[in-house]
Design a protein around this ligand. Structure first.
Ligand SMILES: NC(=O)c1ccc[n+]([C@@H]2O[C@H](COP(=O)([O-])OP(=O)(O)OC[C@H]3O[C@@H](n4cnc5c(N)ncnc54)[C@H](OP(=O)(O)O)[C@@H]3O)[C@@H](O)[C@H]2O)c1
Length: 270
């Protein structure tokens, strides 16, 4: 088989380097795009930019990780969130169909009906969730494929991700409040990336798939487990109750995707 050429958009984010490594590990030829760096360092939301990048880099397939991913940013500018999280993936899907694998989130659910499988109706609470749900719908409507991911963690040189936030606070001697009533199914970014790489290379895969982590836990329980796995003191972690109406309380995912590592092994690698 000819070596496939895969474009990873949003390659400079937290998940991006993991996905690039996973694809290269499977002998794909990888090209990258993001605003600040990559083979195409451009704002993909600008008019004509999707066409220009697809023409210049000529990928066989695309994994789209571009997102406006901070909840607060999306609340402040919901129109921009819609543009980046829905219009941009819609443009990609219109050109690529099933050759696009688009990444979405468990935050398309409202947290009242967990655990969620792929047939559960979406009911987003936040501007982020609304824009991501619209992106999914547009991608699926054009024959593209969508993978929903949970809270991600893992090493990151810029301190991004759910575990780096905890290890940085502990190392810096700062107190960190973690919610006892916000449940997710956290997954190591390397494991998420392996799944995305495999699905990108297999056009016969499902149209919509949940790839959650092996265990449901609250942010607070997650913090305790990270500290235990890395032999760090949890003394600076404090339990807190989330009162924010925009944050769903339980968006645990049901996942049919086979887990390749135990949660304990993922945490040791956090
Ligand atoms: N992190 C999580 O826990 C998590 C959980 C569930 C789902 N997800 C989903 O997974 C995907 C990746 O998340 P992430 O955590 O890696 O996000 P991230 O760290 O915020 O990275 C976002 C990426 O998108 C790029 N980007 C943003 N706007 C752009 C634009 N207009 N043009 C070109 N590039 C643009 C950024 O480029 P620059 O850095 O160069 O600006 C960056 O590479 C997203 O779809 C997110 O919704 C993430």
């Amino acid at each position: 088989m000819v070596r496939p050429r895969i474009l990873v958009t949003g390659a400079t984010g937290f998940l991006g380097p993991y996905v690039v490594a996973a694809l290269r590990g499977r002998d794909a030829a990888v090209v990258t795009a993001a605003r600040s760096a990559g083979d195409a360092a451009v704002d993909l939301s600008r008019p004509g930019m999707v066409d220009a990048v697809l023409e210049a880099l000529a990928p066989d397939r695309v994994v789209n990780l571009v997102a406006m991913a901070k909840l607060g940013d999306c609340e402040r500018d919901p129109a921009r969130a819609q543009h980046v999280n829905a219009t941009l993936p819609a443009d990609l899907a219109a050109r690529l169909g099933e050759r696009l694998l688009h990444v979405s989130t468990d935050l398309v659910f409202d947290g009242r009906g967990a655990p969620y499988d792929e047939v559960a109706p979406v009911e987003p609470l936040s501007a982020y969730g609304v824009s991501k749900a619209a992106g999914e719908q547009a991608v699926l409507g054009s024959g593209g494929r969508v993978v929903r991911l949970p809270l991600l963690f893992g090493k990151d040189d810029r301190g991004r991700g759910a575990s780096a936030m905890i290890t940085a606070a502990v190392a810096g001697g700062q107190r960190l409040a973690l919610f006892t009533n916000e449940y997710r199914t956290p997954l190591h970014a390397a494991d998420a990336a392996e799944a995305l790489a495999e699905l990108t290379l297999d056009l016969g895969g499902p149209r919509l798939l949940h790839v959650g982590g092996p265990q449901r836990c609250s942010r607070w329980e997650f913090g305790q487990q990270v500290c235990a796995a890395l032999d760090l003191s949890p003394a600076l972690l404090t339990p807190a109750e989330c009162q924010d109406p925009l944050r769903p309380r339980d968006v645990s995912l049901v996942t049919q995707w086979p887990q390749r590592r135990s949660f304990a092994a993922m945490l040791r690698d956090a």
